[in-house]
Design a binder for this molecule. Structure first.
Ligand code: PRP
Ligand code: URA
Length: 206
């Protein structure tokens, strides 16, 4: 299942983020803000528990999040979304997966993995700004399944139809939340119109 955020506050930020003249500092701020909107949408059905709470006026019942979350940024660009995710889920654990696309074939080359094995029932949230061919996302999800994760969501900023289709086909159980669904990939496997290389724009390495 694929959810595309439809909201003017998101569209506004995506437009600023696409702008080639947006400098890394502002780019990172926009990534943070959009990621919080994505988290808000993606975590609607998170597990909760009811608790007693005493306000200065009266006793009442309240709700607390009751979920074991493991955040999994795909290096390097996924790190740009991590602060925002930890802001809304401060008790989440973090595992990382290193993945680099082959520049000619776009095949993902895994180079690092440090993710805690699943104990059972945790929610794994993979974060990566770009979903292009879907190779990196599918590989990351497959690695998590091997580690025992069965509840997995994928959050990203800009997705190509090709990438969404690949995740839906290979991992139909994984929900994909995106801030914008773009037109297509170009011959170099970049998203059109996209925003260029997300890692370079986050880390100022253009
Ligand atoms: C980018 C992006 C994704 C991947 C998406 O990473 O952050 O991980 O490409 O492309 P795909 O859907 O075709 O796999 P990149 O390999 O450029 O590495 P970086 O994050 O280190 O810049
Ligand atoms: N990775 C990026 O950073 N941008 C794209 O358009 C495709 C893959």
């Amino acid at each position: 299942m694929n959810v595309v955020l439809q909201h003017p506050l998101v569209a506004h930020r995506v437009t600023l983020m696409r702008d080639r003249n947006t400098p890394p500092k502002l780019f990172r701020e926009l990534v943070n803000e959009i990621t919080e909107f994505l988290a808000y949408e993606a975590l609607r059905e998170v597990n909760t528990k009811d608790v007693d709470v005493e306000t200065p006026i009266a006793k009442t019942r309240g709700t607390l999040v009751d979920e074991h979350v493991v955040l999994v940024p795909i290096l390097r660009a996924g790190m740009g979304m991590l602060d925002a995710m930890l802001h809304v889920l401060p008790y989440a654990r973090v595992g990382v997966l290193g993945m680099q696309r082959n520049e000619e074939t776009a095949e993902p080359i895994p180079y690092y993995a440090k993710v805690p094995p699943a104990k059972g029932g945790e929610l794994a949230i993979v974060i990566d700004p770009m979903l292009a061919t879907g190779g990196s996302a599918c590989d990351a999800i497959a690695q998590l399944k091997k580690l025992g994760y069965s509840r997995i969501k994928f959050l990203n900023l800009i997705a190509a139809p090709e990438g969404i289709g690949k995740v839906e086909k290979e991992h139909p159980d994984v929900q994909v939340f995106t801030a914008a669904r773009d037109e297509r990939l170009n011959s170099h496997f970049y998203i059109v119109p996209g925003l260029g290389d997300a890692g370079d724009r986050i880390f100022g390495t253009l």
